[in-house]
Design a protein around this ligand. Sequence first.
Ligand code: TLP
Length: 343
Amino acid sequence: MHDISDFRSDTVTLPTPAMREAMARAELGDDVLGTEPTAIKLEAMTADLLGKEAGLFVPSGTMGNQIAIALHAQRGQEVICEFSAHTYNNESGALALIAGAQVRPIHGSAGIMEPSHVEALIRPANIHNPRTALITVENTHNAAGGTIVPLENIRALGEVARKHKLKYHLDGARLWNAHVATGVPLKDLCAPFDTVNVCLSKGLCSPVGSVLVGSREEIERGRYLRKQLGGGMRQSGILAACGIVSITSMIERLKDDHSNARKLADGLAKLPGVQLDLATVQTNIIYFSVPGREAQFPQWLERLKQQKVLAMTLGNRWRLVTHNDVDAQDCERALSAFQSVLA
Ligand code: TLP
């Protein structure tokens, strides 16, 4: 058990001892000058792992997604995504600000968009219409509960994109979780997409960083955009060294996060007044509501904190995320803390 049991997000994970060592030993250069050996190595390794030609190390998932969207959609064009997608709801309006595009959201089921519904939203060529440019998918889908978008759905949406000559981007902040939960190879999960962004700083414990992968041409254009956004990072190898540890040794252990989340969710679902759809607990994220008691949530957050448990409320839902820095005992502590506040 840890001093504080922090379930607010898997972004709170601290770098592992192996990462601190890798940082100390990292060979460094200058990323903007194109001579950062460790960043170059991380980019190539990630691209290879995901089956794409090239990679770009960026400071955050938000920057990776937004560079991809700006590569694919021009000002005034339209992006189709799921209604509660992170790119649309949680990136501070960057899509409108940076790409200058607009969103055509579609309600999915557990984060999964129905291909025929997506196809119906594609705008016909007409002087009055915006041009549809891009479809984005999120896997796992955060706001739907860390749910997995199945391979058949990814492929079917890819067919729609290809048929209508649209670009296709994956927000794969937690693609690793989908991969270990299903056993589907990462390359298969990425193959239909033009670009994929993956995060190193969530379940994989790096302190900072994401990698955007795609074709060589797209990634070179992305590198220019990253510089325009102030994302040229100089001795970024100090961070990329952690990223290499993430992708070489931290993926399989995500299975532990999934089993911890499952056990914790089973316990929480039994508490009085809790509404928790266990079918959505497929990876490391748990959402639940306690209808009618929302006014007490701020007070509950305080009481949980007194019991050394940190959680998050998002609107009228609670969110708990398991990760490398919470173990089975932290989960037991969280369950009994919720038991006591709900009593
Ligand atoms: N998500 C954060 C919050 O912004 C909600 C979290 O704690 O889960 N895509 C997805 C699916 C994400 O969940 C996140 C982060 C991002 C992109 C953005 O990554 P960062 O925070 O590195 O910009």
